[in-house]
Design a protein around this ligand. Sequence first.
Ligand SMILES: C[S@@+](CC[C@H](N)C(=O)[O-])C[C@H]1O[C@@H](n2cnc3c(N)ncnc32)[C@H](O)[C@@H]1O
Length: 313
Amino acid sequence: MEIKHVPVLLDETLFFLDHPTITTVLDATVGGGGHAEAILAKIGHVRILYGFDRDEQAVMRARRRLKKFGNRALIGKSHFADIGEELEKMKIYKVDAVLMDLGGSSFHFDDPDRGFSFKARGPLDMRMDTSQELTASRIVNGYSEAALVKIFSEFGEERYSKRIAKAIVRERGERALEDTMRLAEIVERATPKTRGRTSTHPATRIFQALRIAVNGELDSLAASIENGVDHLNEGGRIAVISFHSLEDRIVKQTLKGMTRRCVCPKELPICACGTPGKVKLLTKKPIEASEGEIKRNRRARSAKLRVAQRLAA
Ligand SMILES: C[S@@+](CC[C@H](N)C(=O)[O-])C[C@H]1O[C@@H](n2cnc3c(N)ncnc32)[C@H](O)[C@@H]1O
């Protein structure tokens, strides 16, 4: 049975993209094509949607799902840091909307062979782009204890990073760690039972941290958002959906940073030029999923949507 990814904050995203001036859309994380399909089906004035994903499997799924739209949907493989170049290859310099729905798809988390989840036994892989060399196994079996502590504390905000890293190094000395469930068991044993957590499994943060490290998820996010904004026509919109606080912080700061564009001489202590920024925020606070959506789709519980509009270049 094919794993289905349910798009999050779909109505809210469509609300911002359904604007008469929006005729070309770049979906920089097309995934299984859920948002893309709804955009093409429900927003008649969208002439063409360019969809990209770094995951080959996602590209194939999206192509299959969007085939019915003929040449209104053009799908390709690309990291979102390179979307500007991908568009320019097609001689497209500007679009009217950019969508970035960050993180992984259900077909990452629910397919044990991809190694993203500790709920089923699978290889310690976690790559979105399976052509890259770095896997979770390489990190867990090859990185120093100090490097593991850094990953677990920075990307997992895990209190017990040191204990967990120490346990991993001890266990891998006996036998390499190759599967998701063994890693989860080691993490569970290394974590005090009294940690005061409710229903969250102790391995949740460690798996999140490894996934972020394997895929370099935060590395080019700010630059890619800026790049997306630079490829927007005046009045165009960028919508970004994030799934954890580390991502959302970057989205928030990057969009906010682009609302200002000071060209004052460096010597001036405060800005006196009042030069308008590149964007204005359309969402002062992030939009979150309704209780109804969270009930239908647990993945929506941490989703945050932020939208900005391109001002005159
Ligand atoms: C949450 S899913 C998108 C789901 C999609 N909106 C849908 O409704 O089917 C995120 C997708 O982004 C892709 N992705 C994550 N980081 C990426 C990056 N740096 N560049 C391109 N795609 C990326 C993942 O492979 C995944 O398929």
